[in-house]
Design a protein around this ligand. Sequence first.
Ligand code: ADP
Ligand code: ZN
Length: 743
Amino acid sequence: MPDSRATKPTPDLAEEIVDSFSAGALAGVLLPMPFGVPFTYRVPEGLTVTVGDIVAVPFGSREVAGVVWGAPVDDIDAAKIKEVASRYDVPPLTPAMRGFVNWVAAYNVAQVGSVLKMVLSMPDALLPPKPITAYALTPSPPDFRETPARRRVLEVLAGGPPRPAAEIAREAGVGPSVVKGLAEAGVLGQVTIAAPKAYDWPDPSAEGPRLSTEQAAAADDLCRSVDAATFSVDVLEGIPGAGKTEVYLEAIVAALRDHKQVLVLLPEIALSAQWLDRFRERFGCRPAEWHSDLTQAQRRTNWRAVATGEARVVVGARSALFLPFPDLGLIVIDEEHDGSYKQEDGVVYNARDMAIVRAREEQIPVVLVSATPSLETVENVNQGKYSHHNLPDRHAGAEFPEVTVIDMRAEGTDSSHWLSPRLTEAIKETLAAKEQVLLFLNRRGYAPLTLCRACGHRLQCPNCTAWLVEHRLTGQLQCHHCGYSARLPKACPNCEAEGKLTACGPGVERLAEEVAAEFPDARTVIAASDTVYGPKQAADLVRRIEEREVDLVIGTQIVAKGYHFPHLTLVGVIDADLGLSGGDLRAAERTFQLLYQVAGRAGRAQHPGRVFVQTYMPEHPVIAALAARDRDGFLAAEARDRRAARMPPFGRLVGIVLSSTDPNLVDRAANALRRVAPHDDRIQVLGPAPAPIALLRGRHRRRFLVKAARDVNVQASVRKWLAQAIPPNKVRVQVDVDPYSFL
Ligand code: ADP
Ligand code: ZN
């Protein structure tokens, strides 16, 4: 995580001195492409541009949008310099935003143009929305043939403003041709109107629930941070249901009162229907959303609404951090510990960490929210860099549920069953009491492995170092890394024996089979990313559970987050050990967080919850801490281990992956890089070694891991190093600062 007190890595670009360029002057324009410096353009007659302005410039045979970044940085032949084509009518990028772009590039060892590409992600939004054709009654219409459909159209328009044809037709229940026909007959006149406002301003005077004393104290502190309008980090901690969301909604109110924009990041925005409903109930309008499930038209509208300041509150996925807010006053990061804040493709960055950087550049507060803050965050609290607010209890006084560990070694379940007798008994009781059950198994599909019992062959993805996962609902074998899919063969592809392919281990579909056999009357639903893949499915699932159309939910990690189901009183963790193997730096931490969150789904308010955790390693520190509900003890032990090993957050790591479709080429490039590795006793370079997923989407992968002390500017060393042995084009180099994935 970037250290807010450490010196900034020096941005690549010279400090700006000039900030305005009139006709004839040369300006550096940064383009949204993988370049590290701006390109030089001449300002044409009749135009003056200022640093931050978004302009159209010729590039090759196209015209692209770029940003005036400062004075030219290169000496190029004056005859070759092209002219800026035009300036877009949108607010310029603020100094804070440009500082942020430079910083993200420097910190993540990325090209500054690639970072700008994340900002200018919606070039269409730079143009004003097209005016809309609308229809209204003409004052003295000629005679015309009346029909019932035509009469309905006239009724809809009577006495009202001009409206678009589609809207009129929808409301009148007629086809659009009826409206057109009336226009041709001269009964309706055509006018153009401005596109309607995309977003209303949320009403900050709307009152929330009465806060408890602790909630109110935390809310007051957050509001003070907002009003102070300077950089600060507040951590808001509390078990699921403690009322963290209610508390940070108060901070949003404070920002709205100060006429500031607000950004809320959620890890699974597509699944956050409940959050959106709550916002609407509180503020009387919807926030602007920003995530991958939006249509192009919505993205266009929302980008522009943010840039012009029309959208006051944006709730989004990590990419929302790169929206050009002119007036940002608060950033909230819900579930700050969540691994999905890490962007793994393109520019690799951690949105939680970069949000802190953005807040610092903007000089505004940021609030980190979690039931299980990450070790990085806890460490920053311990060092006094972040303020900490703890909500001790659920607002209605209910406790974190009781956790019972089931030692599977002692249960004697056979190898084709996954429900222990004790869990089965608890399910029975819960269903009999007409309450709901959640069975948590973090594995999609039917079985994670298919094995030939004749020759031992395992069905593997042809493009990846990964097993194929059987999905019985779709009748396919799937690779969860590259999306490869195939039908389950009749015979083993290796020994050709028939009828010997066997499913090994459970996925949610297979667990559902066992549940159906044990509890044939229970209404069961599977909640995994392939059944609940978008906002509609998620909202529908939530509704069905809330309205008790479902008795038993079998879910992967998508059910772990943020949901509140008042009638869900039993959580069964089918295989608590799943995430613990693999030797990844954060395996224990991540598993603890996930299980803690899942456990938090059990019981609310009046209904106490129970949690059963099935494990073969009851003595593992993660399981023991969970059973003892001892989060602090767990984190302290984890911190001790990492400090001893000089691992993050006590040391720095940078992962570097080279990949190519040609294994020899990638080996040569990796070895060439090894030969020029930095000689510095504070920097240790491990590798190259084949990555654990040595083949991914058909590319062979070799990994370096760079380990350094906290106070080393490891990014600068890595950048210098990589520049010394630039691999051939066919080898891709991906740098991952503060890696989360070690695969
Ligand atoms: P968290 O974000 O910590 O999981 P929430 O803010 O979502 O908790 O609160 C859980 C539930 O309790 C929500 O339905 C919320 O509206 C309700 N709640 C929280 N605090 C209060 C309060 N002071 N008065 C009434 N309801 C509250
Ligand atoms: Zn694959």
